[in-house]
Design a protein around this ligand. Structure first.
Ligand SMILES: Nc1nc2c(c(=O)[nH]1)N[C@H]1C(S)=C(S)[C@@H](COP(=O)(O)O)O[C@H]1N2
Ligand SMILES: [Mo]
Length: 422
């Protein structure tokens, strides 16, 4: 086909042009050593033994050399580990999908271990037919596959008043992004028949915290999923096995895990998680409530305090993540000088609404001290604010919904520190 030939040729031309433009001087790889590099010339163990056979590892795990790539907690943040949080190691990951074993966890009463046969999901309240579903029942509804980020509203909460935690795992790691498989919540509600007065939904978990949140009916009927798979396999116990609610673009607290009950009502329930918690205390003493949407945000994941530059000056890759509960990310800019000059970063990989986006900025580091920041713009035109802009609008009592611009100080030795530029 001529069309194909032409497009392939023009692709080649394009990549050649890009290659030219992106050529770096004296970087990337070293010259072949005179006497030969022992890493190449010497016979290694692994060249000479027969390795483990298939199914030696029936469920595969990462290489032992990757043992440092793990969730971490900040012990002083919470009184104990059962009502606590662990953080995704964002600085060790690439692309937009979080591996299941590395998704941050937020539990109010630890991890519930539920045998799927014994699990039930009930719909009651203002419905024509109260219903109970087994897991088998749920799997007979039409399924959808969707990639979404889940961000806890408290992500970056410790950073409201100033730079505090040293690493993007801790400042921004209450987020993950996986592909969910499940059935639209709408189908289950249609089966039960929501009465005209039914304007709100209460979602309740089966864990010991019996966590509940009120969700407006428009959102429930729009894009929420009742999901039982993440990244193709069953939900992990940490993420709500056997079934959780997916509330795209909205704060993580509403994504009820171990979902056991959906009650239809005519008004919100005003439970703990939407009054005493997950409300934003303003300088006036009034609190904003029902601040569901997660606003446009980004962070540079590499380099960062846990991932310093070890290669010295020259060719350097800056990468990070951007996301918005409003939709897609249109643009990410990176600055090396604390916001004086901005450069458009390259977004690579899928650009999906309410999912993480991966960006890159390639540059030649001259070894000098820099102030690195990223700033995202979403497809609704929202621009990520500075932390000062955020504090001017909301005061400094808040914990939740900090989407301010993050700054890393890069020093001449390649190390990085969490700082603020005011
Ligand atoms: N049943 C139940 N659902 C829950 C929670 C919980 O403790 N119990 N924690 C909530 C909070 S505050 C967040 S941020 C997300 C965290 O989801 P994850 O553990 O999959 O990261 O789950 C939400 N759903
Ligand atoms: Mo949360």
């Amino acid at each position: 086909m001529t069309g194909e030939g032409t497009s392939r040729r023009s692709f080649l031309m394009r990549s050649l042009a890009l290659g030219g433009a992106a050529a770096f001087a004296g970087t990337g790889g070293s010259r072949a050593a005179e006497g030969g590099d022992p890493a190449i010339t010497e016979l290694k163990d692994w060249n000479s033994y027969l390795g483990e056979g298939v199914v030696a590892r029936p469920y595969g795990t990462p290489s032992s050399f990757e043992a440092g790539v793990v969730r971490r907690d900040v012990p002083w943040l919470t009184a104990d580990a059962t009502s606590s949080v662990s953080f995704t190691p964002l600085h060790d990951l690439d692309g937009i999908i979080t591996p299941n074993g590395l998704c941050f966890e937020r539990h109010h009463a630890g991890i519930a271990e539920i045998p799927p046969d014994e699990h039930r999901l009930m719909i009651n309240g203002l419905v024509d037919r109260p219903l109970v579903f087994t897991m088998d029942d749920l799997k007979r509804f039409p399924r959808e596959n969707r990639v979404y980020f889940l961000e806890c509203a408290a992500n970056s909460g410790m950073e409201w008043r100033g730079a505090q935690l040293n690493g993007c795992q801790f400042t921004h790691g209450m987020i993950h992004c996986v592909m969910y498989t499940g059935t639209p919540l709408r189908y289950l509600l249609e089966e039960a028949g929501v009465k005209t007065a039914g304007k709100w939904l209460l979602a309740e978990g089966a864990d010991a915290s019996a966590m509940t949140r009120s969700i407006p009916m428009e959102k429930a009927l729009d894009d929420c999923l009742v999901a039982w798979k993440m990244n193709g396999e069953a939900l992990r116990p940490e993420q709500g096995y056997p079934v959780r609610l997916v509330v795209p673009g909205w704060e993580g607290n509403m994504w009820v895990k171990w979902l056991r009950r959906l009650e239809v009502g005519d008004q919100p329930w005003e439970h703990r998680e939407e009054t005493s918690k997950y409300t934003d205390l303003l300088a006036s003493g009034k609190a904003r409530k029902f601040t569901w949407g997660m606003e446009v945000k980004s962070v540079i994941t590499n380099p960062s305090p846990q991932a310093p530059i070890t290669h010295g000056k020259g060719r350097t890759v800056v990468t990070g993540l951007a996301w918005s509960g409003n939709g897609r990310i249109d643009r990410v800019d990176v600055t090396l000088d604390g916001g004086r000059n901005w450069h458009e970063a390259r977004i690579d990989g899928p650009s999906l609404p309410m999912a993480l986006h991966r960006f890159y900025y390639d540059f030649e580091w001259d070894g000098s001290q820099l102030l690195l920041q990223s700033r995202a713009v979403d497809d609704r035109g929202f621009v990520q604010p500075t932390k000062n802009e955020l504090r001017a609008a909301r005061g400094d009592n808040s914990i939740y919904h900090n989407n301010g611009i993050q700054t890393w100080l890069l020093t001449a030795d390649g190390g990085l520190e969490n700082v603020e530029v005011s």
